[in-house]
Design a protein around this ligand. Structure first.
Ligand SMILES: Nc1nc2c(ncn2[C@@H]2O[C@H](COP(=O)(O)OP(=O)(O)OP(=O)(O)O)[C@@H](O)[C@H]2O)c(=O)[nH]1
Length: 327
């Protein structure tokens, strides 16, 4: 084992982990600490004041996507996505300027550009090691956690929380949030906003005749059809509840909203259910109520929903398969 205090060329020392552990900066205590780091089930690396990696354990090396030996002697900043690299370089530059003050940073989210050109989302903390351990040369320990799995689970949970499970459309919660946002966007810019409420006609009869499972499939087909009739990316189709749907149409006056409703009516009237084993001549219809805000007619988005609902009620009582527009 080489003398830990004897200065050596880093490249010569980086051929194996044992060499790494005997870098000149590592005194006896550090030597023991480095051994410990190597067996901890967390991604840990140790860098000097210039950000050069002195010690890296197997898990951290895996995060950077290269063998431990290849990483020793490299500046760890280079593995950070450029969005974060400057921030950490500055952190170390500032630390040099205020030398002596302990540096503790994070945990913060970073994006690691791995050696094999893939990337990894992680949270990272950088802390000064106690000088009693590292004197005379300050060293810093970086601890990382892989966030990739958590992030994809989080976005899946977010998707589930805002989606109606049966139809895949936005759920009621999502509808209310989206309506609130579109309402503010349109009202603040003095543009129109329309809302269509859509209710399947005689759907209890459908369930009674063809069963609940077919009823579910019918709702799925209707949902897909409504979605296909959306006129723009910022319009939204949602399941309002049961056999009722809603469509938000930002920037559309009632004349244009009526055209969308007519398209929905036509597409649903011509839907075939023979794939569900129903007679090929069987058809369904929907009733629709439209309300439009332009110029301060309604005070709130809730009032717009109420007006659409009243119009829908009228479409039902006028005989169904109709479109009614709020005055
Ligand atoms: N299959 C299925 N049926 C549902 C679902 N949600 C609500 N329903 C049914 O939708 C039916 C709605 O019935 P009603 O409110 O009487 O309305 P309707 O029969 O469509 O009559 P009108 O709306 O007046 O034309 C009920 O039988 C509910 O059980 C669902 O998720 N799946």
């Amino acid at each position: 084992m080489p003398d830990a205090n004897e200065p050596k060329n880093r490249k010569e020392n980086s051929s194996s982990l044992l060499d790494v552990l005997s870098l000149p900066l590592l005194n006896e205590k550090m030597h023991a600490f480095s051994k410990m780091v190597n067996v901890i089930a967390e991604a840990i690396f140790i860098v000097n004041g210039d950000g050069v990696i002195e010690v890296i354990n197997p898990l951290a090396a895996k995060f950077f996507g290269a063998p431990q030996e290849a990483l020793i002697g490299q500046k760890w900043f280079q593995f950070l996505n450029e969005r974060y690299r400057e921030q950490y370089e500055y952190l170390f530059i500032n630390w040099h300027k205020t030398s002596g003050l302990p540096l503790n940073h994070g945990p913060k989210e970073v994006l690691i550009n791995r050696h094999d050109n893939t990337w990894l989302e992680a949270d990272l903390s950088v802390s000064c090691l106690p000088t009693s351990l590292t004197a005379p040369t300050p060293l810093f320990v970086g601890v990382m956690h892989n966030l990739t799995k958590h992030k994809s689970e989080y976005s899946e949970l977010r998707r589930l929380a805002s989606t109606d499970h049966l139809t895949g459309l936005a759920n009621r919660y999502n509808l209310e949030k989206a309506l609130q946002k579109s309402w503010l966007d349109c009202v603040n810019t003095e543009q129109a906003i329309s809302l269509i409420l859509i209710d399947v006609d005689y759907f209890k009869l459908f369930n009674d005749q063809f069963g609940h499972v077919n009823g579910d499939k019918c709702l799925q087909k209707i949902a897909r059809t409504i979605e296909q009739c959306l006129p723009s990316n910022d319009s939204l189709a949602a399941r309002y509840g049961g056999e009722e749907f809603a469509v938000i149409l930002p920037r559309l006056r009632s004349v244009s909203a009526e055209l969308v409703a007519k398209d929905i009516q036509h597409q649903i009237n011509t839907l075939s259910f023979s794939d569900l084993g129903l007679p090929s001549s069987f058809r369904v219809s929907v009733s629709q109520g439209i309300a439009t805000e332009l110029g301060g007619q309604f005070r709130t988005s809730e009032a717009l929903i109420c007006a659409s609902d009243t119009a829908l009620y009228r479409a039902k009582s006028d005989g169904r398969n109709r479109i009614s527009i709020s005055p």
